[in-house]
Write a protein that binds this ligand. Structure first.
Ligand code: BGC
Length: 454
């Protein structure tokens, strides 16, 4: 301890056990969550106005891997926006050319026309840069990863925004119409043939290579899952007989437990929710996904700083600013295996500008990151377990395709999910195969467009 830095006389292990009490989930808690989850899914399949929206995607067939054709795909809903050209070559082979665009923050919260004009402009740039032939009609699959009430394969009204987006004049409007109008304003001749949630896209693109895929999950900026449901289990479906007898359901599981009945919601979750653009909504998502995890860590750190348990009570403007502790820093800290936690020190001192970071501070911050991320992975596993239980696939097994930055890049996320699945299903957890489904959402939109062409 030096000069002006004062630490409260509190033992490191006492700090850990206080944090563990707040963040650790027992196996029994996992089972309770999973049980409520299955019930909520059933409710959502019966009625429209439930917490879990359980939206029929109008995708009723899975691919065979033989589908062919060239399509454009748009992928909007994570941190980046992508335009892709996708070539389905049959034999489960795909070629992809893609360009990422950064969405200006101003377009995320302005009138919808600003966002949709930006999308159309990006398509125009892509078509020019990649020399796309515009003589023939271009068919496009639009992956739009926000809650949408789908009314046809290429129609759906926006229910609400999340993940930092909140565009005026858009709720209740058809997404495809908004995009088509912006394309017309740019004089671009592109047909939007499918409107797809990224989870549905992930499921479909993985099924193009592995027909045993029944679930698509996103664990990225936001979180959600889609799965294959049998027609008779969807009492609210009024769209007539389904030939294949199955329908892919977009669960919109991010809203799970908005009533806060079963999730281990704590004071940090509460603070994070209050300062978000959508308070009271997306409860489960706010405990799991990349947009929020870093912020939870920041709020815990702030609390410990105020109580003079961390950094001798010294904060910084960065540490005091919402959103400045990125989830990517948590990954970096968890990857730091140096004896002195040197990289953790770098993140805290050089990026977050904390004046003095003692070795004990580094260990505490690292433990906070671990606890927040372990809780996220275990909660995500509850969702997967609930979906697999709902499909009656615990015995027979299935492939779960998962995409998103948290699943792909966060260290140990996958293993932590598997551990929780093992606690829930015992040896049957081996039947649930978690697979990375990279680039799924864009490719999936093309696969769906190809199926629509048939
Ligand atoms: C959206 C979902 C989406 C998920 C993952 C959530 O915030 O509501 O539609 O699938 O994020 O991108």
């Amino acid at each position: 301890m030096t000069g002006k830095y004062t630490y409260r006389e509190i033992d490191e292990s006492t700090v850990y056990s206080e944090l563990e009490d707040v963040f650790i989930l027992s196996p029994q808690r996992l089972r309770d969550i999973c049980k409520v989850f299955v019930k909520e899914m059933e409710k959502g399949l019966e009625n429209d106005d439930c917490t879990l929206k359980m939206i029929p995607s109008f995708v009723t067939n899975r691919p065979t891997g033989k589908e062919v054709g060239t399509y454009l795909a748009l992928d909007l809903g994570g941190t980046n926006f992508r335009v892709c050209e996708i070539n389905l070559e049959g034999q489960s082979k795909v070629r992809l050319r893609a360009k990422k665009f950064t969405i200006p923050d101003s377009a995320k919260t302005a009138d919808q026309s600003v966002l949709f004009d930006f999308l159309a402009e990006s398509i125009a740039i892509f078509i020019k840069e990649y020399n796309i032939n515009t003589e023939k009609d271009i068919n496009l699959g639009f992956t739009f990863s926000f809650p949408v009430q789908q009314t046809a394969l290429n129609k759906g009204t926006i229910l609400l925004w999340n993940k930092g987006f909140n565009c005026a004049n858009s709720i209740g409007k058809d997404v495809v119409t908004l995009l088509s109008e912006a394309l017309t304003r740019k004089q671009l001749k592109v047909n939007v043939v499918a409107l797809v949630n990224d989870t549905v896209g992930t499921l479909m693109s993985h099924a193009y290579v592995d027909p045993g895929t029944c679930v698509g999950v996103i664990l990225g900026t936001g979180t959600n899952a889609a799965y294959v449901e049998s027609a008779e289990a969807i009492p609210k479906w009024k769209g007539g007989p389904i030939k294949s007898n199955e329908m892919i359901i977009n669960s919109e599981w991010g809203a799970f437990d908005n009533e806060r009945k079963v999730l281990p919601w704590n004071k940090y979750d509460q603070q994070q929710d209050e300062q978000s653009t959508n308070p009271g909504k997306q409860t489960y998502e706010k405990m799991i996904s990349g947009m929020y995890l870093g912020e939870i860590v920041r709020l815990v750190c702030k609390d410990l700083i105020e109580r003079k348990i961390l950094f001798g009570g010294m904060s910084s403007t960065e540490m005091d600013t919402p959103g400045k502790f990125e989830t990517a820093y948590m990954s970096r800290i968890e990857r730091d295996h140096t004896a002195e936690l040197t990289d953790t020190k770098m993140v805290l001192q050089e990026i977050l500008k904390i004046p003095y970071v003692a070795p004990r501070d580094r260990r505490i911050v690292r433990r906070i990151c671990e606890l927040v991320a372990i809780r996220a992975a275990r909660l995500a596993a509850c969702g997967v377990a609930a979906v697999v239980t709902k499909m009656n696939r615990v015995d027979t097994g299935c492939t779960v395709a998962i995409d998103g930055s948290v699943y792909e890049h966060y260290p140990h996320f996958d293993n932590r999910m598997r551990d929780a699945l093992h606690e829930l299903f015992g040896m049957f957890s081996e039947n649930v195969s978690l697979q990375l489904g990279k680039d799924g959402s864009g490719i999936g939109a093309a696969v769906i467009a190809a199926l629509a062409d048939k």
